[in-house]
Design a protein around this ligand. Structure first.
Ligand code: HEM
Length: 187
C-alpha cells in the first residue's frame, strides 16, 4: 500500500519513520511522563483530591493542564529560522537553530501574573504544554482524555498518598517529569 501526503505525493520511508516516531513517541512516552507528573501532584496535594474527584470534565482537564504547566515534562523542541527575524530583541538569522524551552516558557513571569501559582483558568490561555502554532500537538484531545480517565480512576479508588518508603525518581534531560512515582491508595 502506498501512503500519500496532503499534496498527493507518496510518503518516503523517511516520512513514514517520522510519522511513526511521532505517533509512538507522542502517545506512549509523553503519556507516561505526563502520568507521573499528575500522579505526583495528586499525592502531594491531598487536600485538592476531593474537589477534583467531584469536578466536571472541563474543570478536571483544566486542572491537569495546569499541573503539567507547573512541571512540564517536555523540555524543548528545535526550529530552524526560515528568515532573518528577532525574538524579544534577540536577532536570529535565517538558517540558525532555535531551541524552544517549554519549561521556561510555561513559567515566564511576562506571560503569567504569578507563574508558580496553581490557577487553571487564569493560566490556561498562555499554557504551552501542548505547543503552539503549525506544530501544535495533534494528540492533545487523546492525551487529555487518557489523563482524565487515569485521574478519575485513581481518585475513585481511594486517597492517593506518596509511598514514603520509595521516593519518587525524577527523569533526566532531554525529558523531565518522573521516571517513577510510588503511591498508596488509601480507603
Ligand atoms: C501526553 C501528553 C502530550 C504532550 C504534553 C504533548 C506535547 C506536544 C508538543 C509540545 C508538541 C509540539 C512540538 C513542537 O512544536 O515541535 C507536540 C507535537 C506532536 N504530538 Fe504531542 N503531546 C502529547 C501527546 C501526544 C499524543 C497522545 C499524540 C498522538 C497520539 C501526540 C502526537 C504528536 C505529534 C504527531 C506531534 C507533531 C506535530 C507536528 O510536528 O506537526 N502527542 N506534542
Amino acid at each position: 500500500m502506498e501512503l500519500h501526503g496532503p499534496d498527493g505525493s507518496p510518503l518516503s520511508d523517511e516520512d513514514l519513520v517520522s510519522v511513526l516516531r511521532n505517533w509512538t513517541g507522542g502517545d506512549l512516552s509523553s503519556l507516561a511522563l505526563c502520568a507521573g507528573v499528575v500522579v505526583h501532584w495528586l499525592a502531594t496535594h491531598r487536600d485538592a483530591q476531593p474537589g477534583l474527584a467531584a469536578a466536571t470534565d472541563a474543570d478536571l482537564d483544566a486542572a491537569i493542564d495546569e499541573m503539567l504547566r507547573l512541571d512540564d515534562p517536555f523540555v524543548a523542541n528545535r526550529r530552524i529560522a526560515t528568515r532573518d527575524t528577532e525574538i524579544s530583541g534577540c536577532p536570529v538569522a535565517a538558517g540558525e537553530h532555535v531551541l524552544l524551552d517549554w519549561r521556561e516558557a510555561n513559567l515566564d513571569p511576562e506571560a503569567f501574573d504569578d507563574p508558580h501559582a496553581f490557577d487553571p483558568h487564569a493560566n490556561a490561555a498562555a499554557n504551552l504544554v501542548y505547543g503552539t502554532g503549525p506544530h501544535v500537538c495533534p494528540g492533545r484531545p487523546l492525551a487529555t482524555l487518557e489523563l482524565r480517565v487515569l485521574t478519575r480512576a485513581l481518585l475513585g479508588a481511594g486517597r492517593v498518598e506518596l509511598d514514603e518508603s520509595q521516593p519518587a525518581v525524577r527523569e533526566e534531560a532531554p525529558v523531565a517529569g518522573f521516571r517513577s512515582v510510588w503511591v498508596r491508595l488509601v480507603d
